[in-house]
Design a protein around this ligand. Sequence first.
Ligand code: PLP
Length: 444
Amino acid sequence: MSKESKVLSRRNVLKTLGAVGAYSITASGLTHASTQINATNDVNFPKIPAGLSPELLAQDESFWAKVAQLYDKAQGIVNLEHGYWGKMSLPVQSSFIEATKMVNTQLSFYARKSYNKDTEKSTIKVAEALGAQAEEIVLTRNATESVHNLIRQYKDLGENDTVLFTDIDYPSFKETMQWLASSRNQKAVEVVLPAQANQQQIIDLYTQAFDKHPNLKLMLLTHVSNQHGLVLPVKKIAKIAKQRGIDVICDCAQSWGLLNFKITDLGVDWAGFNLHKWIGSPVGVGALYMKKGSLEKISPYPGEHDANNTNASTRVHTATTNFASILTIPAAINFHQSIGPANKEARLRHLRSLWTSEAKNMPHIEVLGGLDEESSTGMCSFRLQGKTSLDDAKHLQKRLENQFGVFTVLRKGLASGCCIRITPQIFISATEVQQLVKAMKALA
Ligand SMILES: Cc1ncc(COP(=O)(O)O)c(C=O)c1O
């Protein structure tokens, strides 16, 4: 966890909002009131006590209660399913509404003349936040678009080559990897990871798979699993893979913002990201990362031309998109950085530990995912001991919702069976997590 700015100050949030007024409309008379942001007055921004570590701040309920006031929260249910997509904070939502109004007012006059310049600004913002260069980032609609394009357009699969994925990978990406292998008459192998694992066990299992399949050419590597939040040692696995000539496509859909990291911490050439999960952008924003000099093996999107194979943007064909979502990227990143990526990660870890530490003393509960802190994050899963079928998980999800007022989601991709995923957000309180703990105890 790097030492990030821990300052959630009024000044920073004003900066967040200020990003909205920065559209590139140049013609005089067109920048009217609807493009100006003015949503600052009724929001109270909490101050972080000086010298407090992210881990100590994570336990400060009064601080996080103030942060929660910066979000609209549904009443009547404890929602512990925030792995689907994130929530915009109120300042980001204001930015999005203003951007929507502006685009809807200016229409093609804005889009034809100025949108490209604003897309560039948003791209630079994403690149800076990830520690990448702007030309290494392409904005997409979601991580699926980013990763599907990488898999589909991978062109280096030859005779007797094998592709690899694991049971903890995202279901749609496993299928796309399988499709890639079948469509080129090559072999795909699925490696099974244990229901709970630590970093060394994961490295050992990947290494064994590399030994067992010497013709491996391409692998999918997920930073944080959507099944149970297991964190994979991406940099170490990618290094071993590189030494053996195996290309890596990294799925960071769930990790960016849930964990605090830069692209160089991963050591991969290609990765897909979401901003609409933990960065808190509007829905419909993802990113594709392609390291400079790594484009050779990924074809341009069909019909796109890139004579020198050096232009990452030719790997995606976006067409008409939600202009306002793209325009809101700087505001979302500014807000995320104002809270502090390290503070967010620590708060989410703390909320997870509130229930996993209790669950460890419940013999009827099996916790899945990371065996240690390094392999874990805020997202985690559980099931009733021995209850691994889809029906078991459906029944448990319904009981949690209807009997205990706790909303969760079932996951069914693991080889070990189905489970219930628990994903708090930073605006979830310790008291709400206790409602889950009470429910888990009552499930005995
Ligand atoms: C690990 C992982 N990969 C990929 C995806 C796909 O994300 P999206 O639907 O935003 O493209 C998700 C979504 O939950 C995910 O958790």
